[in-house]
Design a binder for this molecule. Structure first.
Ligand code: AMP
Length: 541
């Protein structure tokens, strides 16, 4: 064998921070505060402030491998922690502010957080669990709505103002931990996923590819997805790597505030979960042409299935392009992404839309297969359903603390828990979460496919299909429906809408009209709650 003769240069996030400072010092990072004021810093300033933060953290005793937690909305200080903490060799741990205090206490204890950076507006939440994390030594308060008092903790701005804006960032091992994100599992305790510098860097390179998210220097990126949800899908790192402009929405995630921000800052790429986009679509439909979103070239939607009707509605009614992506906390998170390959040239609009609404094809270096109950790979025929398994350099190899080892196969694949079909072109279609599948008389029914069809009905804004217990068939589909404001629809009308699309046994046995669909902390339908509430709806009383 001939050894290669190339440098073994470590793939660390520090490089992105340095590059952004050196090449794009004035490109802005814009943050919206709770009072809606906008604050602007250039990348050079972000670098300087991140260095000041690292000097301050060093004085507070933060060392290599120390966990620095964040309990923050999306904003510049959060970005400084994202980039600075890993660059000094410590680990940034994002806490999900939508979780219950008891879960946050568990996660903070499990991760052994030593410092927490918290928004002043979120101090009441921190107060509910802070004393339950014995390792927690320091609280640094981001003064988002006014200065912090000494009783509340160190005021972030005062703390860093006292420090030098340079930090001697160490040379790190690319396999060192950079970030910990916990899964938002609805069953069992959340699990810690530990990203390495290497996994984040490689993920960034793949995310920036044109066939992928295609992020570049001339983009203005709005991560609506919270920075506590799977590293905001890697967008802060991608922005630093390219020197793109970043726009952070702070706590203002309602459709009107987002649309206004997108138009004002001329956002080109925005990313969030379907609920956010459903709200934005409804707003644009109600007042078309009121908002100038002509700068937007891609709206990245992931976290749960983007309904085809929404993708189509954005394109046809507003000229806006959706990029549908699939990923998991365990995959850093990007795994697949739906773009139309050249094989779709000349195909019908219907086929193209179906492909765009699928979860798409794997990005380079993520490999996917789907397997049956016996663990054997299934046919890529677009019909056979099985559990999706993935592997790659930004796929977790275990959880922090070694829990949940059964999620990995003996031959090194990660079991995603998603039930999918894969077609011959490689397009993955999620039909369900394995814990949400509906098995009626031994046959699988895809809740996601039925939801998609229901959300194409003009009176329906949201639909969740879940398993109801049934005396004869074990389980039968039930549909929870949320109507658009001021609209109504009957169960018979919905049945008539579905009839031409699905086999009879796929038809929901009943339609339950609700005010809202219960959701998880990351915006997914919480079907376990629907099952708790309505699971016996079809059983004899
Ligand atoms: P999380 O770790 O919170 O990001 O959750 C990951 C899970 O979200 C996946 O295993 C899927 O069940 C679901 N998910 C993510 N993206 C999509 C998508 N585009 N379509 C359908 N489900 C998705």
């Amino acid at each position: 064998m001939l050894d290669g003769r190339m440098m073994d240069f470590p793939l660390t996030l520090t490089h992105f921070l340095e590059r952004a400072r050196q090449l794009f010092p004035r490109t802005e990072v814009v943050s919206r505060r709770p009072d809606k004021s906008l604050h602007r810093h250039g990348w050079a300033e972000v670098h300087a402030r991140a260095s000041q933060l690292c000097n301050a953290l060093t004085k507070l005793g933060v060392k290599r491998g120390s966990r620095v937690a964040t309990l923050c909305w999306n904003h510049t200080q959060h970005l400084e922690a994202y980039l600075g903490v890993p660059a000094m060799g410590a680990i940034v741990h994002t806490l999900n502010l939508r979780l219950h205090p008891s879960e946050l206490a568990y996660i903070g204890r499990h991760a052994e957080d030593e410092v927490v950076i918290v928004d002043r507006t979120l101090l009441p939440l921190l107060a509910k669990f802070r004393n339950e994390i014995p390792s927690l030594r320091h609280v640094i308060v981001v003064p988002d709505d006014g200065p912090a008092t000494p009783e509340q903790g160190h005021d972030y701005e005062k703390l860093i103002a006292a420090e030098r804006p340079e930090y001697a960032f160490p040379t790190l091992d690319e396999r060192a931990a950079a970030m910990i994100c916990y899964t938002s599992g609805t069953t069992g305790n959340p699990k810690g996923v530990v990203y390495t510098h290497r996994s984040c860097v490689l993920h960034t390179m793949a995310a920036c590819m044109r066939d992928s998210l295609g992020v570049g220097e001339d983009d203005t990126i709005l991560p609506v997805v919270p920075m506590f949800h799977a590293a905001a899908w890697g967008l802060p790192f991608a922005a630093a790597a390219c020197g793109a402009k970043l726009v952070f929405p702070g706590p203002h995630l309602d459709a009107a505030s987002l649309v206004e921000l997108m138009a004002a800052e001329k956002v080109t790429v925005a990313a969030g979960v379907p609920t956010i986009w459903l709200g934005i679509l409804a707003l644009l439909d109600a007042a078309p042409k009121t908002h100038d979103l002509s700068s937007v070239r891609s709206m990245v939607i992931g976290g749960s299935a983007a309904p085809a009707a929404m993708i189509d509605g954005f394109a046809k009614r507003h000229g806006l392009e959706v990029t549908h992506a699939w990923g998991m906390t365990e995959t850093n998170p990007l795994g697949t992404l739906s773009r139309l390959t050249r094989s779709f040239v000349g195909q019908s609009d219907e086929k193209k839309l179906a492909a765009k609404a699928s979860q798409g094809i794997t990005v380079p270096f993520v490999e996917a297969r789907h397997v049956g109950d016996d663990g054997k790979p299934l046919a890529r025929d677009g019909e056979t359903m099985g559990e999706l398994e993935v592997r790659g350099p930004w796929v977790a190899s275990s959880y922090l603390g070694g829990e949940g080892a059964e999620k990995w196969t003996a031959d090194g694949w990660f079991r995603t828990g998603d039930v999918v079909t894969i077609d011959k072109e490689g397009y993955v279609r999620i039909t369900d979460r394995s814990k949400d599948v509906i098995k009626s008389g031994g046959e699988w029914i895809s809740s996601v496919a039925i939801e998609n069809a229901l959300m194409a009905h003009p009176a329906v804004i949201e639909a969740a299909v879940f398993a109801g217990r049934h005396p004869k068939w074990d389980e039968r589909p039930l549909a929870a429906i949320v109507c658009k404001a001021g609209q109504t629809v009957t169960a018979d009308q919905l049945r008539a809408h579905l009839e031409p699309i699905f086999a009879k046994f796929w038809m929901p046995d009943d339609f339950l009209f609700v005010e809202q669909i219960p959701r998880t902390s990351t915006g997914k339908f919480l079907k376990s709650k629907l099952r708790d509430q309505f699971g016996d709806h079809l059983m004899p009383k």
